[in-house]
Design a protein around this ligand. Structure first.
Ligand code: CA
Length: 222
């Protein structure tokens, strides 16, 4: 989220985090561009009136740089002209301030749905099945109940199955920059996931390599 008004940014981030989104905040246009181009985000919420570079310039520069993630613009004016300028700059949708947090969340959901989805929403690895649309998981035909964070971590590992993911990548995709790199949160969640996914009688899929990270794989792993 690129928003210079601290209170607004805090309130919106709180609402989004309650829905289990990980949110990073940039307070000016240039910081927004730098963050957007150096992190893997799913969506950008972009205020129009920003210091250093305004939202429309940010939007144009990001699109020119090839960034294709959905951009939701926040505008202070409902004037048609302003909305058109925003969309012309490459925004996917806009919201006129002041708005209800519920409306923002609905727009965010809609934009994320529009994201090119995997042709088949189900990821299958060994007897693990993850439906990324309904966010449901089963192992060996048994439904597995996961918390939102556990699910996010599992999907992150599964989308890059057979690839070793380091802690930095995992924390960036599943948590956000508020993640304390010295905490053992990832280890904790891996432990919980293993209990639920790799239960007795199944082939262990979630593997760790000390100092390197984690991998979800059905292949032989030494
Ligand atoms: Ca502003």
């Amino acid at each position: 989220m690129v928003e210079d008004e601290e209170d607004t940014a805090k309130t919106l981030a709180k609402g989004l985090r309650q829905e289990f989104y990980a949110v990073d905040i940039a307070a000016d246009g240039q910081a927004g561009i730098d963050k957007a181009l150096s992190h893997l985000y799913d969506l950008l919420i972009l205020d129009v009136r920003l210091p250093i570079k305004d939202g429309r310039v940010v939007c144009q520069e990001l699109r020119q740089a090839g960034l294709q993630i959905p951009i939701l613009m926040l505008t202070a004016s409902s004037a048609v002209n302003d909305r058109i300028k925003g969309l012309d700059a490459g925004a996917d949708d806009y919201l006129v301030k002041p708005f209800d947090i519920g409306e923002l969340l609905a727009r965010v959901r809609a934009l994320l749905r529009r994201k090119p989805l995997l042709p088949d929403p189900t990821i299958r690895i060994d007897t693990l099945e993850i439906n990324t649309r309904s966010r449901t998981v089963s192992r060996d035909g048994q439904a597995v109940r996961l918390t939102a964070k556990e699910y996010a971590l599992l999907e992150c590992l599964a989308r890059d199955a057979d690839t070793m993911l380091n802690r930095e990548t995992i924390s960036e995709r599943v948590w956000d920059e508020t993640y304390d790199p010295f905490s053992n949160l990832i280890e904790e969640y891996i432990k919980r996931l293993r209990k639920k996914i790799d239960f007795a009688g199944t082939k262990p899929l979630i593997r760790a390599r000390r100092g390197e990270g984690y991998i979800l794989t059905a292949k032989d792993f030494a």
